[in-house]
Design a protein around this ligand. Sequence first.
Ligand SMILES: [Zn+2]
Length: 302
Amino acid sequence: MAVERDEEVRVRCFLALDALRARYGNDLPFVGALSDGFVFHGQRAPFLNRQKGIYRSAIQRGPAALSIQTSFKGGPYDDVETDEGFLYAYRDGPVNQPDNRALRQAYALQVPVAYFRSTRPGWHRVEYPCYIGADDPAGRHVLVTPGRMTGTLEDPEPVPIEISVERSYAVREMRVRQHQGRFRALVLQAYRDRCTICRLRELRLLDAAHIIQDVDPKGLAEIPNGLSLCSIHHRAYDQDIVGVSPDYKVHLAPRLVDEKDGPMLDALKGSHGVTIELPRSSTLRPDPERLTTRYERFLAAS
Ligand SMILES: [Zn+2]
C-alpha cells in the first residue's frame, strides 16, 4: 500500500532525526550527520534538499513532500512567523511545478513533514512532525504548523495537534526554539566560535548564554545580550559559580577559590581574573548595563 509505505518512510525519517538530535543536540551539522540520510528497508535516503527546499524522496510512493528547508539568511525563503505557525513560500515558477505540487499535496493529504531551517551555513534546526495547516496559492505560501508524536516507542505515530490552545502553545514553543537557534548562531559567530572564557573552539561544546534571561518570545536575538560559552562555563555562569563583571573580567565564586578538587576546578580557577575574549565589533560586545545587573546577581549569590 502506497499510503502505508509513505507513512512508514516518514516515521523512519523522524526516528533517524531523533537519533541525530540525541547525539548532536538541536543544531545538526549537515556534513557527517544529515548528509548520511536515513535508512528505509535497506535503502538510504536523504533527509532534505538544500538547494530546492521542497523535497520528496525517490523511495516514497506517495505524492507529498517529505521535508521542507529554509536556507540561511532570507531571500525568497525567509519564512514569516505568525501566531499559527510559519509561512513557507512556494518555489518560484508555476504554482503547479513539481516541487510546489509536492508541497501542496502535503496539505491535501495531511501528512507530516520535517521542517528544516538553517541557522548558519552547514547547520540546521529541524521541527517534526509538522503539518501544512493551510495552503494559499494566491499568496504562494503554505502555513507550517507543529504536530506531535503519539503511540508507543515501538510504534510511534505522528499526529496533528487538534486542540487550538495546545496548538498555540506548540507554535510558541517552536518559535522560541527557532529564535534560540538563531541566537546561538549569531553569538557564536560574533565570538569566532570560541568560548569567551577558556577559548575552547569546538562548536559542538559551545552555547550562547543569555546575560539576562530573555522572557519575550518575540524578543530579537540580541548579540550584546549573549556570551559564547563552552558547556562547563555556561553551566557555571548560569549557576553563579562564574561571573563576568562589566569590565569584562571573569570571577570565580569566592567559596571555590581556596578549594582543591582536581584539574577541572583548577581550570575554572585559572580563568579567575582573566579578561574575556570580545567580538571585534564594539556593537556586538556584551552590553555593560546587562553585565552589571547580572554581575550583581552573581555577587549576591556568592
Ligand atoms: Zn569555556
